[in-house]
Design a protein around this ligand. Structure first.
Ligand SMILES: NC(=O)C[C@H](N)C(=O)O
Length: 484
């Protein structure tokens, strides 16, 4: 049953064709078998998973099971999990056992989902290839010599290899959508404020957002419904009812106005990706959508703006890891300064250090106005571009990433090349809008992602369009060889 979607597993559980205990056992066995090749997990929580599975079966027997009750899932290791190591992919937090559950973890647990483990990720979510993880790189199941994307690469690889039917991720500049694209799965970054950030280790707080990753848009809808909602413990979380996302999936596309941002089809886009995206657009047209060209004139500024704002916020957020209150502590420090220096020097990897330095510089006296303030002003212009475009059309469509999965090591020595992975995703975070990536074919045998961007809190429409596209295509059903 490992190729079943969450919706299909949910139906099988409801029909009594399988128990959660059986499903969870099979899931744990598959993880054990493929972990050496993929390295998608940092921690596997077999014992707790079996206990949760037994509880889920008991709950079903009592007659109060929901659609996720008994379904195995995994959490990105950025979410705090009570009593379970929460490393954020960093040596800094290698021995951190969270004392409470993140909101997202709590909500999925309450829905009855069974947590089988914590997935690998780029250190503190900084990266687009999963190569910055302290626990080693994750491999892409479509070609194990290539990267899965990042930073939610472990979640993406685990779903792509059908080790779990769904997993959580976080997206600060593309970290759900880009790995979803590179691994041939579906991934949704909700509107900023739709999902609580409580218990999610902070990277860049004005951009971070949690979201679901799964094979299909229908599964994303099922997961989002459990994950979304108001939480007073996150002051940026918006109090707004959560729609029954799955109920509103079936909508015809006739008359849907789809905008193609012309800036998303220019220089830097690999021809194979362009061809797959164009074919997907033709498919949407065939389903009744009306396609027009739109412009996001400031989109070329999104990557530079992000690489001022995100490191600035990160430098502040990561200052708490001082070896005293939080994080790795060096052996026998000479004095307090030595303790700080060596603890941080040993605990953080190169990319994290680079960002702390850039961010500290951008915020320092004399440079603040020139960099940070300026970046915030341009951020507003980027947002305004989207607001204008979304007055003309209902959704924007384009590629998720400029290319397909690349070889391990290919871009790790060139931060700018790595940052350019997110040229089509980052602006969406700067604007706070929702975006989804869905599988849309292959180029050179590797998956291509199609990105759909919607208006604020219009996840319903995004999911409905993605679902209709998936009813007409079977890209989301493709499973890499050796994992089918
Ligand atoms: N965290 C993210 O959303 C990924 C982005 N590539 C970054 O390194 O910041």
């Amino acid at each position: 049953m490992h190729t079943y979607t969450i919706a299909e597993l949910s139906a099988a559980l409801a029909a009594g064709e399988v128990s959660s205990v059986e499903l969870t056992e099979a899931t744990l066995a598959r993880i054990e078998r493929h972990q050496p090749a993929l390295n998608a997990f940092i921690t596997v929580t077999a014992e707790q998973a079996m206990a949760q599975a037994r509880a889920a079966d008991a709950r079903r027997a009592r007659g109060d099971a929901g659609p996720l009750t008994g379904v195995p899932i995994a959490h990105k290791d950025i979410f705090c999990t009570d009593g379970v190591r929460t490393s954020c992919g960093s040596r800094m937090l290698d021995s951190f056992i969270a004392p409470y559950d993140a909101f997202v973890v709590e909500r999925l647990r309450e829905a009855g989902a069974v947590m089988v483990g914590k997935t690998n990720m780029d250190e503190f979510a900084m990266g687009s290839s999963n190569e910055t993880s302290h626990y080693g790189p994750v491999r892409n199941p479509w070609d194990e010599d290539t990267v899965p994307g990042g930073s939610s690469g472990g979640s993406a690889a685990a779903v792509a290899a059908r080790l779990v039917p769904g997993a959580t991720g976080t997206d600060t500049g593309g970290s759900i959508r880009q790995p979803a694209a590179l691994c041939g799965i579906s991934g949704l970054k909700p509107t900023y404020g739709r999902v609580s950030r409580y218990g999610m280790i902070a990277f860049a707080s004005s951009l971070d957002q949690a979201g679901p990753m799964a094979a299909s848009a229908e599964d994303l809808a099922l997961m989002l419904e459990a994950m979304a909602g108001f939480d007073p413990r996150d002051s940026t979380c918006v109090e707004r009812p959560v729609p029954a996302y799955r109920e509103v999936l079936d909508q015809p596309l006739a008359g849907l106005r789809v905008g193609l941002p012309k800036e998303y089809f220019g220089e830097g886009l690999e021809p194979g990706v362009a061809a797959a995206v164009e074919a997907a657009v033709a498919e949407l047209r065939g389903l009744g959508a009306e396609i027009r060209e739109v412009s996001l004139p400031n989109s070329g500024l999104a990557v530079p703006v992000y690489y001022v704002i995100a490191p600035a916020e990160a430098s502040s957020n990561l200052s708490r890891y001082d070896g005293v209150r939080f994080g790795h502590r060096c052996e026998s420090p000479r004095d307090l300064e030595d303790l700080y220096k060596r603890s941080r020097g040993e605990g953080f990897g190169a990319e994290v250090k680079r960002r702390i330095m850039v961010g500290t510089y951008a915020l320092s006296a004399g440079y603040y106005d020139a960099y940070y303030l300026k970046a915030q002003q341009v951020r507003r212009m980027i947002r305004d571009d989207f607001v204008r475009a979304l007055e003309e059309v209902d959704v924007l469509v384009g590629p998720t990433a400029p290319g397909v999965a690349f070889a391990l090591g290919e871009k790790s020595d060139d931060p700018v090349q790595m940052y350019l992975q997110d040229i089509y995703t980052i602006a969406v975070n700067l604007a706070g809008l929702p975006g989804v990536s869905v599988p849309a074919g292959f180029a050179d045998g590797r998956p291509v992602g199609l990105q759909l961007i919607g208006n604020y809190f219009d996840e319903e429409r995004l999911l409905a369009v993605a679902h209709r596209f998936q009813q007409a295509t079977d890209w989301h059903r493709q499973v890499p060889e050796g994992y089918a």
